[in-house]
Design a binder for this molecule. Structure first.
Ligand code: PLP
Length: 387
């Protein structure tokens, strides 16, 4: 039976029409199993091709952690993209696909020795760092490799801040670059991350101001840096409009031109924006209950098997299946399939009342969903399907 969904105008603004149509056609084909992550490959390609197009002398490295499914990696490999990885597991997948090491970098500032050894064997020569023990490891297991130091910068306005775990201030960064040189590494540049889902364009201003200071001080100390790795952070639409790739990149490009030599090479490591809005999770309603605190709606994907970011504050847009008898909107507490009370995805979700067995779509769910997912409690991780 053909499924119907009522797309409100506010919802239509969140997702592009072709992604929605492709997913609805896929559902109509009758082969969909839930939960699945259905990805519009053309949208991934469009996003990827736009990236870097406004920043001179730039190369794009897809942050594999956003969605490491082989189908997605193949797509990006076919577009000639580079890859940013953090672990031996991510390296293994790229190695299986035969990706050339020149197309791979690692910007995890603290890597395991096992990973460094394997990456060095594979031929990867570009790494980030922000501590002395990391210099020790890289000097020992990947002598002569190129390294870029991770600066700490404010992450205000980013829905997924990343600044607490990594990054050093300018004085320490300079010391580390000098020490790296003294240990036989090639200190080539600076990196930072404005925070994921960053909708505050001024974070890039602050970051590039700091990077410029460090760049000048390094030059004065006899180190000529040639690389600026601006990390990721570009946002996607979850429930509201966000800065577009074009706006962000024109701004960044102008900032870089004002502050750095023309020859500086720029690396970009986007994850979320490549795949986020290209994917829709198709889930099923598994149960409903009226409880003291409200109306609960249970679905077959939750915090543990795909929607982990909802715990950190990402709010998705949902669409439920409708019938001619569908009633008015109601407020729901939306919960996942595990028998665990942590598995609550969102509260105050306004949806028409579905029936058990109906489908529920979760928009902009391509990034940081399946890559975070576990099979806790035996719950199924959504399969990724490219359409
Ligand atoms: C070092 C590094 N680069 C790139 C990314 C990708 O960031 P985003 O998905 O926000 O574009 C991350 C995300 O955690 C990261 O840690």
């Amino acid at each position: 039976m053909v499924k119907t969904f009522k797309i409100e105008p506010s919802t239509a603004r969140i997702v592009d029409k072709s992604t929605l149509l492709k997913v609805l056609n896929y559902i109509d084909s009758g082969v969909v199993r839930t939960p699945s992550l259905v990805v519009n490959g053309e949208r991934v390609s469009r996003n990827f091709n736009l990236l870097g197009s406004r920043i001179r002398n730039s190369r794009v490295f897809y942050a594999v952690k956003a969605n490491p499914s082989v189908e997605v990696l193949r797509l990006i490999e076919g577009l000639g993209g580079g890859f940013e990885i953090s672990s031996d597991g991510e390296l293994r997948v790229l190695a299986q696909l035969g990706i050339n090491p020149d197309r791979i970098i690692s910007s995890n500032p603290v890597k395991t020795i096992a990973f460094i050894k394997q990456a060095a064997d594979y031929g990867i020569r570009c790494y980030s760092f922000d501590s002395r023990p990391e210099i020790d490891k890289l000097a020992r297991y990947c002598f002569g490799c190129s390294v870029y130091v991770r600066l700490s910068i404010p992450n205000e306005g980013s829905e997924w801040p990343l600044s607490k775990k990594f990054g050093v201030e300018i004085d320490e960064a300079l010391q580390l670059l000098l020490e790296a040189k003294g240990r036989g590494l090639n200190p080539c540049g600076i990196t930072f991350h404005v925070g994921s889902q960053c909708n505050n364009i001024y974070n890039w201003d602050i970051a590039l101001d700091k990077a410029r200071l460090l760049y000048t001080r390094a030059q004065e100390a006899g180190i000529a840096l040639s690389l600026l790795n601006i990390g990721g952070g570009y946002p996607v639409k979850y429930t509201r409009d966000v800065l577009g790739i074009d706006t962000i990149e024109r701004h960044i490009d102008a900032l870089i031109r004002e502050r750095f030599a023309d020859e500086i090479e720029v690396f970009i490591e986007p994850g979320r924006v490549v795949i986020g809005d290209a994917g829709i999770i198709v889930a099923s309603v598994t149960g409903k209950a009226d409880r003291l605190d409200g109306k609960w709606l249970y679905i077959d994907v939750g915090v543990f098997n795909g929607l982990m970011e909802s715990v950190g504050g990402i709010r998705y847009t949902y669409v439920v299946e409708t019938t001619p008898d569908t009633g008015p909107l109601k407020d729901w507490i939306l919960a996942g399939p595990s028998c665990d009370s942590f598995d609550v995805i969102d509260r105050n979700v306004s949806l028409a009342e579905p029936q058990v067995g109906d489908l529920l779509l979760i928009l902009s769910a391509g990034a940081y969903t399946t890559s975070y997912a576990s099979e806790f409690n035996g719950c199924t991780i959504p399969d990724t399907v490219i359409v």
